[in-house]
Design a protein around this ligand. Structure first.
Ligand code: ATP
Length: 270
């Protein structure tokens, strides 16, 4: 962690290789986000405005947070994380103060990435819980808009927001100069599931009877988070069987696979 005037900032250790699948999406993020942060002067010279905000949407557990961290790592940017739901639940005024403070700190330690999880809680369409005439959501939204509009060009600050409910996002945030790029992060297909299983078994001792291709085919609708859980659980099952075990076998993966049901349903996938 680097320290700037009393602020401790972490650059996440997640790299692009830790994310299985999503090849095109990674490329889009690299071009839209890495370049302006890495080469701000080139953008300035060409008179191109860098993207200030990216909205990632898609079902839970499919790597939106992990992607944001990989972007921060690739650009060596300080990473700030905010939860829309948390801001929303704070006392009147506290959420706005935290929001403003986060942008202030991000400016001090730029290049910075501000990751905004559950963005719909704050950036949702107008209306909702109210304090006086203006609702809590509206005050937070207007603070966010002010902060985003105030971001000076080419200063290396990017806001990455994530939501499971893109339709709930207020249209004001999708205007040019705000969230210019909207990307869908889909649940993994068979090939991506194989890559995710590969990522999460990399450091495990797995026996030669484990067939990750077959396991990928057999885990339709599983999210990255669920596949990660499956691998960990298989290791635990192996240890439970024999605390001196040296590797995880196919039967352990199968036992866990049989006990799990994916949370996503076909109908939920756009
Ligand atoms: P939420 O909407 O619930 O915040 P999310 O989309 O942000 O979910 P993450 O928090 O990034 O999802 O992912 C949860 C976990 O699942 C991570 O710890 C990550 O290791 C794993 N995971 C998800 N997708 C992938 C992937 N494509 N490759 C490797 N690991 C993945």
């Amino acid at each position: 962690p680097s320290i700037t005037r009393g602020i401790t900032v972490e650059i996440p250790k997640v790299s692009w290789d830790d994310i299985g699948g999503l090849k095109d999406l990674k490329k889009k993020l690299q071009q839209a986000v890495e370049w302006p942060i890495k080469y701000p002067v080139a953008f300035l010279r060409m008179g191109i405005a860098p993207i200030r905000g990216v909205l990632l949407h898609g079902p839970p557990g499919c790597s939106k947070t992990t992607l944001a961290k990989a972007v921060a790592n690739a650009t060596q940017a300080s990473f700030f994380s905010l939860s829309g739901a948390e801001l929303y639940s704070m006392y009147v005024g506290e959420g706005e103060a935290l929001l403003r403070n986060t942008f202030r700190r991000a400016r001090l330690t730029a290049p910075s990435i501000i990751f905004f999880d559950e963005a719909d809680a704050v950036a949702g369409k107008r209306g909702g819980k109210s304090s006086g005439n203006i609702s809590v959501g509206e005050r937070l939204l207007s603070t966010l808009l002010t902060e985003m509009d105030g971001l000076e060009q080419a200063k290396g600050i990017l806001v990455l927001a994530a939501t499971n409910r893109p339709r709930a996002i207020d249209a004001a945030l999708l205007r040019p100069g705000r969230f210019d790029l909207v990307l869908y992060v889909p649940p993994p297909d068979t090939e991506s599931r194989y890559e995710i299983l590969h990522v999460h078994t990399r450091k495990m001792k797995i026996a030669s009877d484990v067939d990750l291709i077959k396991l990928a085919e057999d885990t339709e609708l599983f999210t990255g988070a669920e596949l990660e859980g499956l691998c960990r659980e298989a290791g635990i099952v192996a240890l439970r069987e024999d605390i001196h075990a040296t590797s995880v076998h196919d039967r352990h993966f199968q036992a866990v696979r049989r006990s799990l049901k994916p949370a996503l349903t076909k109908a939920e996938i756009d």
